[in-house]
Design a binder for this molecule. Structure first.
Ligand SMILES: Nc1ncnc2c1ncn2[C@@H]1O[C@H](COP(=O)(O)OP(=O)(O)OP(=O)(O)O)[C@@H](O)[C@H]1O
Ligand SMILES: [Mg+2]
Length: 262
C-alpha cells in the first residue's frame, strides 16, 4: 500500500513564461508508482510545456522536478532519458527508411550503450544480444497489435500505427516512467482500443505512466489519477469520478470549442 502511494515524479512550483505568456505557473503535482496519471486541460493549457520542462528541453524559470528522489536540475535531456524518464511527442516521430521492428529496436539504444555493445557489434555475444533485442521488440509489437506490420517500412504505416509504434519503441528503453503526449490523437476507434489495451498492459507490468490526453473516454477508462490544467495552472486533481463532476473542470472545458465536457 505504502509503495503505491510513493511518488516517482514530483513537480513543485514549476514556472515558465514565453514572452508575456505565463505558459506554466506554480504547478504542483505528483505521479504515483504503478499507476496511470492523466494530465488534461484545454488547448494551450501548458501540458506539453510541462513535458518539455520535465525533460529539460525547455529550461524552467522556477520550481523543482524530482524523479525517484533525484533533482533533475541542470541535467541534459539525454541524461534524463538514461535515468529512465522516457517520453513520446505530440506528433508521431518514426525513423524513415526503417521497418517497424527496426524502429522499435532503436529504443533499446539506452540499454545497449550502457553495455557498450554498439561498438562491438561484430562479437558473437553482441549478435546474441541483437537477437534478444529483436525478440523483445517483436513481443512488444505483438502486445500493441502491430506484429503484422513488423517488416513494413514505418512511414508506410497508417498514422495510428505510427503513433503506437512510438510507444512500443519507448517501452524498449524499459522506462521507469513513461510520459505520453496525446497518444490517441489521430487514432481511429480500433487503434484507440488497442492503445487502451496497451496502456493497461503497461500499467499491469508496473510501469507508471504520465499521459497527456484529450480523449476523455480513454482518460476515464485508464487513469487512476487526473491532474487538470487551465491557462498554465492546475485547477483540480483527483480520481476520474471526482474530476468528472468538478464544476471548475466543466467550466474550463465549456469555455473551449474543441473538446467535449469530460
Ligand atoms: N516554444 C514556444 N514558444 C512560445 N510559446 C510557446 C512555446 N511552447 C508553448 N508556447 C505557449 O505556451 C502555452 C502552452 O502551450 P502548450 O503547448 O504547453 O499547451 P498544451 O496544453 O500542450 O496544448 P495542446 O492541447 O493544444 O497541445 C501556449 O500559449 C503556447 O502558445
Ligand atoms: Mg500539447
Amino acid at each position: 500500500m505504502t509503495s503505491q502511494m510513493d511518488a516517482v515524479l514530483s513537480v513543485r512550483n514549476l514556472t515558465k513564461s514565453f514572452g508575456g505568456v505565463r505558459a506554466v505557473e506554480k504547478v504542483n503535482f505528483d505521479v504515483a508508482a504503478g499507476g496511470v496519471t492523466a494530465l488534461i486541460g484545454p488547448n494551450g493549457a501548458g501540458k506539453t510545456t510541462i513535458f518539455n520542462l520535465i525533460t529539460n528541453i525547455f529550461v524552467k524559470e522556477d520550481g523543482r522536478i524530482i524523479f525517484f528522489g533525484r533533482e533533475l536540475e541542470g541535467m541534459s535531456p539525454v541524461a534524463i532519458a538514461e535515468l529512465g524518464l522516457i517520453r513520446t511527442f505530440q506528433s508521431a516521430r518514426v525513423f524513415p527508411g526503417m521497418t517497424a521492428v527496426e524502429n522499435v529496436m532503436i529504443g533499446a539504444h539506452r540499454l545497449a550503450q550502457r553495455h557498450g555493445f554498439s561498438q562491438t557489434l561484430w562479437l558473437s555475444s553482441s549478435r546474441k544480444e541483437e537477437r534478444d533485442t529483436r525478440a523483445t521488440a517483436e513481443a512488444l509489437l505483438d502486445l500493441a497489435g502491430l506484429l503484422q506490420f513488423r517488416d513494413v517500412h514505418s512511414t508506410d504505416l497508417p498514422m495510428g500505427a505510427q503513433k503506437l509504434l512510438e510507444i512500443v519503441r519507448a517501452l524498449m528503453a524499459r522506462p521507469k516512467l513513461l510520459c505520453l503526449d496525446e497518444p490517441a490523437a489521430g487514432l481511429n476507434d480500433t487503434e484507440t482500443q488497442e492503445l487502451t489495451n496497451l496502456l493497461r498492459a503497461i500499467r499491469q507490468n508496473g510501469t507508471p505512466i504520465l499521459v497527456i490526453e484529450h480523449n476523455m473516454s480513454l482518460v476515464m477508462n485508464v487513469a487512476d489519477h487526473i491532474v487538470v490544467m487551465d491557462a498554465g495552472t492546475v485547477i483540480a486533481t483527483g480520481a476520474p469520478k471526482v474530476i468528472q463532476e468538478d464544476p471548475r473542470v466543466i467550466e474550463a472545458y465549456l469555455g473551449t470549442e474543441h473538446h467535449a465536457v469530460p
